[in-house]
Design a protein around this ligand. Sequence first.
Ligand SMILES: *Cc1c(COP(=O)(O)O)cnc(C)c1O
Length: 232
Amino acid sequence: MTIKANIQQIQQQIIANAKQCDRDPKTIKLIAVSKTKPTSMIEEAIAAGLNAFGENYVQEGVEKINYFAQHHPDTKLEWHFIGPLQSNKSKLVAEHFDWIHTIDRLKIAKRLSQQRPANLPALNVLIQLNISHEETKSGILPNELMDLAHEILLLPNLTLRGLMAIPEAEAEFDKQFAIFHQMQQIYQQLQRTIPTIDTLSMGMTNDMTAAIMAGSTLVRIGSAIFGSRQYN
Ligand SMILES: *Cc1c(COP(=O)(O)O)cnc(C)c1O
């Protein structure tokens, strides 16, 4: 399968899943997770019509962003930082990315706001929830959400857009759905107090359908587009 064919298949699946739960497929955004993959593969994805990419590692992401700024200056791309962020690397994210999905501390949010260059629009941020209550996972617990959300709203160079989660891996659809449904309820609750919230980032290659059924507005797909990853 080519990258183009993979993308078409995912797009068709998004349309089919949306139909199954009476949603408009246009309300579900597909971002291609390109971590560990070369720029040539991202170029193929762009040729197939995608323009939003997710990266997990700051250095690698910045190199790719710079590559595209130099080699494809007329292609408007959107870069999402979706990995854990250490505070000593926040400046690079503030200077280069359009979105960050993994905010779970006020300290990092403050740094990003301070470090966001004045000539760029506000950085779009999602708060990451540790929805499966995993010991080692990043993300905040649901009962910490409202405080952090209201603190972030006060930061001038960030725009709080919503929530993100990476639930514990589950093979069964019903279990995947149950967790995503909890996310949806928290998301709707947040929307009632902060009406500008419009993004619920959940769903990866193995749980995309359950995420869409539970109201995801942004799916982050890596291996179904680019093939499996190899780490050194
Ligand atoms: C790697 C990654 C993805 C993509 O995962 P696939 O299973 O390859 O689709 C999505 N979100 C995050 C946060 C990731 O780290």
